[in-house]
Design a protein around this ligand. Sequence first.
Ligand SMILES: Cc1cc2nc3c(=O)[nH]c(=O)nc-3n(C[C@H](O)[C@H](O)[C@H](O)COP(=O)(O)O)c2cc1C
Length: 181
Amino acid sequence: MLNDLFTETWKELECGAREENHPFNICSLATFETPTQIKQRFVNLRKVTKKKSLLFYTDIRSSKIEHLRANPAASVVFYNHLLHLQLFLRGKIKLHTDDELWEDHRLKVDGRSINDYNTKYPPGKKIKNPLEVKRTNDLNFAVLELVPDGIEYLKLRAEPNRLRALFEKKDEEWEKTFLIP
Ligand SMILES: Cc1cc2nc3c(=O)[nH]c(=O)nc-3n(C[C@H](O)[C@H](O)[C@H](O)COP(=O)(O)O)c2cc1C
């Protein structure tokens, strides 16, 4: 049964990355803004790789990049209200800014989504007029790869079906156990 929960975890994450309307298409990503302060923000899940890492896109000038350069530790949390399923994943984030993986994903950025990465000034800069955002031909695009080493699965349906499980990566193997919900 633990293996079924693990399989469900990855199946649901893959659906989230593929389907825009899936509840797992969006998650909250937490990073260390300072050594003692956490920041969370929503991001779109773009892909689940064969090696079970999660890919996100961002502007390379956004403040999360600075946070991750200082400390790559990060976590994400997803909630599917239809399944009553919460998934929490923690691990480290690798930044991709000019390698093959980055190149593959940069090619997928087209149409309106180009505007997410081409502002003249960096995201978060103070401006007077939100209707006058200057753009350039540069694409300040980065891929964040979360390599998880711990996952918590929690399904909070009515008793007796409350399920909580922990999956931990040890020496490239996933150890699985149930937890008290
Ligand atoms: C529904 C939703 C989806 C978002 N998706 C992304 C995303 O995929 N990548 C991203 O960098 N920011 C995304 N954002 C904006 C972030 O929440 C955040 O405001 C922005 O990335 C700046 O964060 P930072 O200054 O901590 O780096 C999204 C916001 C919302 C509300």
